[in-house]
Ligand binder design. Structure first.
Ligand code: UDX
Length: 447
């Protein structure tokens, strides 16, 4: 049993803290946000993540998991301190490091014995050293020792608990093998592969992994755009490519592009890091541009399919950046919905979980519906932005009968083309031939 403090109860901090307590450690999760801590103490989870509520409840009840705003006390009572604070995108696109630095200062001020400081936040290369300097500069007791380790996070929202409890690998970066071994031992119950490296390389692995996955997505989206022009089907192209074990089939699903808390932020941040380091990472900049454009490609399809959006009733299915989360960060809906309103459409939105968070992010004037059928009722067109299970399994016969015009623009390639043809939908997806296309569209693409 280890005594761990996790600073920051955001997505990563909360999930990691809960999982570390689940494997038998005593964990204190800290945050400066008093309201959030009070809610967590009452068992209210500020984010939607399947299984997290039960996990937190179980471990809080077993007196292994605690929540506090008293960061100093928590640091003093622990021997491993995880920094899991946010590193949001600043206006320049760089990671905003102010929360990491204030956590390091606090750790320095409360260093009352040897501790291992582990950084889980996604930080620019060199931050580990900076954290070390800040702690050193703020130490009250000169002879206290500490070690710094980088242990980046690879959780996916929506499956974060499973990703943590049976993680692919744990990356442990440090210049002190003893400290690295303690963190490796902490991971033993997760039965995962451990990869030891230095601090800087561990920090780089996180950026390199996320931007590589983002590159795969932009790559397949670019291929999808060509497929549309040459009459190929990207689903088959992707499946065929994925059979090559050197390529792999994952993250080759074409669609409206990536969103979320990591890919947009980390791709921008690495582009900045490389600029600063004197290398023009053109490939990555193009990945970012391709992703931004992809949303407008879907938007254009939507407008063309209904011959202009002014006065049209548009059902928007899915608002979150991906299924099984209420996270709206960089969600395609944040681009599409305001654009629909701007072009004079009436927006009828459905999301099984994210409507409340969407209401805070989207402009007023959007009509929200609890049931998918209500949103599509009387709609001129329907656009799919998130592949929720309730969307993928919707009753197509019923939907067709409810819509004023059975036109679906699918930004997530949820449906089989033959099925859509059979149900009589005019169906436009990404990188696949259109189905039951109106005469107007057929002429515009020169078939
Ligand atoms: C990602 C990484 O997977 C995770 O390792 C990291 O720690 C945080 O960022 P997450 O953002 O939760 O996790 O979601 P993920 O499932 O990776 O999807 C990211 C985005 O890419 C979503 O918008 C998703 O819709 C999109 N995506 C994913 C595609 O468009 N196509 C794909 O083939 C896969």
């Amino acid at each position: 049993m280890r005594k761990i403090t996790v600073i920051g109860t955001g997505y990563v901090g909360l999930v990691s803290g809960a999982c570390f307590s689940e494997i038998g450690n005593r964990v204190i999760c800290c945050d400066v946000d008093e309201n959030k801590i009070n809610r967590l103490r009452r068992g209210e989870i500020p984010i939607y993540e399947p299984g997290l509520q039960e996990l937190v409840e179980r471990n809080a009840k077993a007196e292994r998991l605690y929540f506090t705003t008293e960061v100093g006390e928590a640091i003093e009572s622990s021997d491993i301190i995880y920094i899991a604070v946010g590193t949001p995108m600043s206006e320049t696109g760089e990671a905003d490091m102010r929360y990491v630095m204030s956590a390091a200062k606090k750790i320095g001020e409360h260093l009352n014995g040897h501790k291992i400081i582990v950084n889980k936040s996604t930080v620019p290369v060199g931050t580990g050293e900076l954290v070390r300097e800040v702690i050193q500069a703020n130490k009250k007791v000169p002879w206290t020792r500490f070690d710094v380790v980088s242990n980046p996070e690879f959780l996916r929202e929506g499956s974060a608990i499973a990703d943590c409890m049976s993680m692919d690998r744990a990356i442990i970066g440090s210049d002190n093998q003893e400290a690295a071994d303690v963190i490796a031992e902490l991971h033993a119950p997760f039965k995962t592969r451990i990869f030891f490296t230095d601090l800087e390389s561990a920090e780089m692995i996180k950026y390199a992994a996320n931007t590589f996955l983002a590159t795969k997505i932009s790559f397949i989206n670019a291929i999808a755009n060509i497929c549309e022009r040459v009459g190929a089907n990207v689903a088959d192209v992707s499946a065929g490519m994925g059979l090559d074990s050197r390529i792999g089939s994952k993250f080759l699903q074409a669609g409206i592009g990536y969103g979320g808390s990591c890919f947009p932020k980390d791709t921008y941040a690495l582009a900045h890091i490389s600029d600063k380091a004197g290398y023009d990472f053109e490939l990555l900049k193009s990945v970012i541009r391709t992703n931004q454009k992809q949303r407008y490609i879907v938007m254009d399809k939507l407008r063309e399919a209904v011959g202009g959006l002014a006065g049209k009733q548009v059902a928007v299915l899915g608002l979150a950046f991906k299924p099984e989360t209420d996270d709206m960060r960089y969600a395609p809906s944040l681009t599409i919905v305001p654009e629909l309103l701007k072009q004079g459409a009436s927006v009828r939105a459905y999301d099984p979980i994210a409507s409340d968070s969407a209401k805070r992010e989207l402009p007023s004037g959007v009509h929200y519906y609890e049931r998918l059928e209500q949103a599509v009722n009387g709609a001129d067109v329907c656009v799919i932005l998130t592949e929720w299970q309730s969307v993928v399994s919707m009753d197509l016969a019923l939907i067709r009968s409810l819509m004023k015009h059975p036109v679906i623009i699918d930004g997530r390639n949820c449906f089989d083309l033959q099925v859509m043809e059979r149900f009589g939908f005019e169906y436009h997806s990404v990188g696949r031939p259109p189905v039951n296309m109106a005469e107007r569209d057929r002429q515009s693409v020169n078939l």
